[in-house]
Design a protein around this ligand. Structure first.
Ligand code: NAD
Length: 483
């Protein structure tokens, strides 16, 4: 499909996300011809910018991310951008916005199609959705809305937000974006699982000992202390990225690869997600905060962080499903700040077997998402010229030229929004289950805090998080593969 007619409205057009991700991604889609002659983009934000100023900003964003560009293309592309100074809480501004959208629709023959993108602080999402509805901003063609994360801060607020958005948009018009789902290695999980008998046939309780998902960051909270205090690692990373990945790892095979079939398979799985009770939370989850050192601040000493904060910068835990191909297989996850290095990876650990050669190493399949994109399988073989078993890695990597072809997650997902493919977006039914799980843990922690007995550990910075996370395994033969 080429040259999709549309007027796109970006709420938060002067923000970091728009500048670093959305404008370069839109330019690439323009270069591919997906949007071309019949599109206009309205950037809205509080600042009193002009159309020309926004165009300059968009041009800067393109030059910052591209080494070679055709300046005529940049000029033509940016000429489709318009700026409207807008306070999200001011109803009159929506009337002006509607008029501008209609004017641009006529000028560019956009056929009444509207794409709304919420690229602002999440506290504004509900207000924007309400005014899109009460000021009738939707067009006469297709209407779609992209909502950034986080979608709510618990089930109740997510339900409230969903209600506000569904006043104007039906479920299949809502694209809840999680840019992790646009990443090449994440999109590779289902093809890898379902095209290789070698992998598909061992994907069950009989063969898998456990699965481990690690999302490690080297950075601390930096300047985001104020936001982080309202979130914590569980809400910031587990509710979205980690749960999406776990779902892809544990879901049954879809009937086909349509968006509907994939979401159906996900939903089937998530209905059997085991929600932990307070006792299980205590046993199976660890929360921590990074301590300080001679060279680095403790979390509690970071700017805009409460010195008595109980917000976790680390969480490890266990997820299990009652149904699906790996029902009852423990899926362990951990995520945190100030690890020894940045690393996002999945380790699929196979059970040991008895061998006539005595002890062998465990077979693991590792999917590395960041900083490298690769899959490797650890495999046993014979030692050369001596007795015993050695361990080797079978590597699946991308060449430099292939890597250069991999689109950024935002480009990939924006493409999907334009062509109306919601495969890699979160459905409400999925999100709801994620929040039920997160709420159960948050509630248990809240009760501990209120009882004056918070079980939150301090951990040394730039290592592997708290050693207490070694205690969440179901059996003494299990341990973290990535150490
Ligand atoms: P930002 O603070 O850089 O930008 C916020 C935008 O909102 C600005 O354009 C600002 O002018 C506008 N704004 C603020 N208050 C307003 C008001 N009252 N009326 C009108 N406009 C107002 O934020 P960001 O980093 O661009 O993040 C936006 C969203 O994207 C958030 O939901 C965030 O979680 C999500 N996100 C961002 C990134 C990223 O790389 N920046 C990555 C993933 C998700």
């Amino acid at each position: 499909m080429k040259n999709i007619p549309v007027v796109m409205i970006i709420f938060g057009g002067s923000g970091d996300l728009a500048h670093r991700k959305l404008y370069p991604a839109l330019f690439n889609l323009y270069e591919q011809g997906l949007i071309h002659d019949n599109f206009a983009v309205i950037g809205t934000a509080r600042r009193p910018w002009s159309h020309e100023y926004l165009r300059g900003q968009v041009s800067d964003a393109i030059h910052e991310t591209h080494t070679e560009v055709d300046e005529n293309d940049v000029k033509d592309f940016t000429s489709h951008f318009y700026y409207q100074s807008h306070d999200v809480t001011n109803v009159e501004h929506y009337v002006t916005l509607k008029e501008l959208a209609q004017e641009l629709d006529d000028r560019y023959s956009a056929q009444g199609n509207r794409l709304f993108y919420m690229a602002m602080a999440p506290r504004f999402f509900g207000t924007i959705a309400t005014h899109i509805d009460d000021q009738h901003l939707t067009g006469s063609g297709f209407n779609r809305i992209v909502v950034e994360k986080p979608f709510g801060r618990d089930l109740k607020s997510a339900e409230e937000l969903n209600k506000q958005i569904t006043a104007s948009f039906s479920e299949n018009e809502i694209f809840r974006i999680d840019h992790y789902l646009g990443k090449e290695m994440i999109q590779n999980i289902l093809p890898m699982r379902f095209t290789n008998p070698l992998i598909k046939n061992i994907w069950n309780k009989g063969n898998l000992k456990n699965i481990q998902v690690t999302f490690a960051e080297r950075l601390g909270v930096e300047a985001r202390g104020e936001y982080y205090e309202t979130s914590g690692a569980l809400r910031d990373m587990v509710q979205n990225h980690i749960f999406q990945i776990i779902t892809l790892l544990a879901m049954p095979e879809p009937e086909n690869i349509s968006s509907e079939a994939i979401h159906k398979a996900k939903q089937e799985l998530l209905e059997s997600l085991i929600i932990p009770n307070a006792e299980q939370v205590k046993k199976d989850f660890v929360r921590g905060q990074y301590a300080g050192s001679d060279t680095t601040f403790a979390y509690k000493k970071e700017p805009k962080v409460n010195p008595n904060s109980l917000t976790e910068t680390y969480v490890a835990g266990k997820v299990k499903f009652e149904r699906g191909p790996i029902a009852d297989v423990p899926i362990y996850f951990r995520t945190g700040k100030k690890f020894k290095e940045k690393k996002n990876r999945i380790d699929i650990v196979l059970k040991h077997i008895n061998t006539p050669y005595g002890q062998a190493y465990s077979n693991n399949i590792t999917i590395e998402i960041d900083p490298k994109s690769r899959i490797f399988i650890t495999i046993n073989g014979k030692k050369i010229s001596e007795e015993g078993i050695r361990r080797e890695n079978l590597d699946y990597t991308f060449s430099k030229s292939e890597l250069a072809e991999v689109p950024d997650g935002y480009e990939c997902l924006l493409h999907d929004v334009f062509v109306n493919d919601s495969t890699n977006f979160t459905h409400w039914s999925e999100l709801k289950r994620y929040w039920m799980f997160i709420d159960a843990i948050e509630d248990a922690w809240q009760k501990e805090n209120e009882a004056g007995n918070p079980d939150i550990v301090q951990y040394a910075p730039y290592r592997m998080g708290p050693t207490e996370s070694n205690h969440i395994f179901e059996s003494p033969t299990e341990h973290w593969i990535y150490e």
